[in-house]
Design a protein around this ligand. Structure first.
Ligand code: ZN
Length: 409
């Protein structure tokens, strides 16, 4: 029974259509990117698998949310930001989000017009998203499209919203850094936005900064940050003129500063961990006899690699390479050992799943901190110097999970 389950896991990881699509994305095929985003937007068969495969690709870009009231010049500003990023030699994905629009997909007239500034530059990819028929909310859809773009190698993702309602706030929450764009002459609007929207901003922009009232608006925004805010806590305020590109370099400097600061925070570091560098390392199968069990795998065409005895665990292991992962056959060398007791109690079968992570110590602390039941009291060092710990089946849905450190650790 348990073996069949293990086989399903392998089938998911190897050779399915998501993997083929991912390979095309990784190769940088723009048409594959367009297709993949459409698939994810429609949420049809295979879309969840594709998103999962993209997450496992371990690629992560910087997500910058740009929001603000209509007429603040966000589109022009986003185009300038994209240009600036391109000037740094990085690739860009732009997601233009309009929660009020019933239209979705990449074929909007607006997209074509916007793309004109970047004709012939495959390093900029612009896509519109709307709300119609979206399962699980627009924000989740945007997050998934970000993930696909990142798997396709986009290093910076600009997420632009049309307005500043609750939907837009939810959408920019997907971003690592959020830019709130304001313009002089908004009058009471700034006051009315105070409540929810002002808090999401990591960087304030006073756009159309050459207009009358820019100075006053900037002063108002600074005043609004409250008496308690120290110099270090205060959110940067940058003045731009999007139509000429003035101030865009300063804006991006502030954005990158915030990103760097947040990256130092544990939360960001762990979030990156959860989304990057995870892969199936091996499946551990407890058997009575390696000699008896290996025949089947050899019939499959797999070859048995190193066979070795780990004395302190009283177990003999045989590794069978399988793609980028392995099957590990485990045979007890003593009845009163972990594997010996497992086989006596439950019979032969899947014993554990080993997941490789970059940052095994951080993962240990994270799981411990979240109250996950661990089966190891510390990160241990195993054969060949690899570092690992076990998570108890009570916390994983019934299977022992081994967390193994990445290659560089
Ligand atoms: Zn193992």
């Amino acid at each position: 029974m348990r073996c069949g389950w293990g086989r399903d896991i392998i089938a998911d990881v190897n050779g399915n259509t998501s993997e083929r699509m991912l390979a095309r994305l990784r190769a940088g095929e723009t048409r594959a990117l367009a297709r993949a985003i459409s698939l994810v937007e429609d949420g049809g068969a295979g879309s969840a698998e594709l998103v999962a495969a993209c997450r496992l690709s371990g690629r992560r870009g910087l997500r910058i949310g740009v929001t603000g009231p209509p007429g603040a010049g966000k589109s022009t500003l986003v185009d300038q930001m994209a240009r600036w990023v391109r000037g740094q030699g990085q690739t860009v994905g732009v997601i233009a989000v309009d929660p009020s629009s019933p239209y979705t997909g990449g074929a909007l007239l607006g997209d074509r017009i916007r793309m004109q500034g970047f004709e012939g530059d495959a390093g900029v990819y612009i896509r519109s998203m709307a709300s119609r028929g979206r399962m699980g909310g627009l924000a989740r859809g945007v997050e998934e499209v970000c993930t696909v773009m990142e798997a396709a190698g986009r290093q910076t993702i600009l997420i632009e919203t049309v307005g500043v309602g609750q939907d837009e706030v939810d959408v920019v929450a997907v971003a690592d850094v959020t830019v709130l764009v304001l313009v002089p002459g908004m009058g009471d609007e700034v006051q009315s936005m105070k409540a929810g929207v002002m808090e999401v901003a990591d960087v304030f922009v006073v756009n159309k900064g050459d207009r009358e009232g820019a100075e006053r608006l900037e002063a108002e925004v600074r005043a609004m940050q409250g008496l308690g805010a120290s110099e270090a806590d205060s959110v940067p305020v940058v003045r731009t003129v999007a139509t000429t590109g003035e101030g865009v370099g300063e804006l991006m400097g502030s954005v990158l500063e915030v990103a760097a600061r947040e990256q130092k925070g544990v939360g960001r570091e762990l979030r990156g961990l959860a989304e990057a560098g995870l892969r199936l390392d091996h499946l551990g199968v407890a058997v009575r006899s390696i000699a008896a069990a290996r025949g089947f795998y050899e019939l499959l065409g797999m070859s048995v690699g190193a066979e070795e005895t780990v004395e302190h665990e009283q177990v003999r292991t045989a590794m069978l390479p399988l793609g980028e992962s392995r099957i590990e056959l485990l045979e007890a060398t003593a009845e009163d050992s972990v594997i010996g007791r497992f086989v006596a109690k439950r019979g032969e079968g899947l014993h554990h799943i080993a997941v490789k992570v970059d940052g095994v110590d951080a993962m240990f602390e994270r799981l411990k901190g979240e109250g996950v039941r661990l089966a190891s009291d510390a990160v241990r060092v195993g054969a060949g110097g690899h570092r690992y710990f076990f998570v108890h089946p009570a916390s994983t849905g019934g299977v022992l999970v081994e967390i193994v450190g990445g290659g560089s650790e």
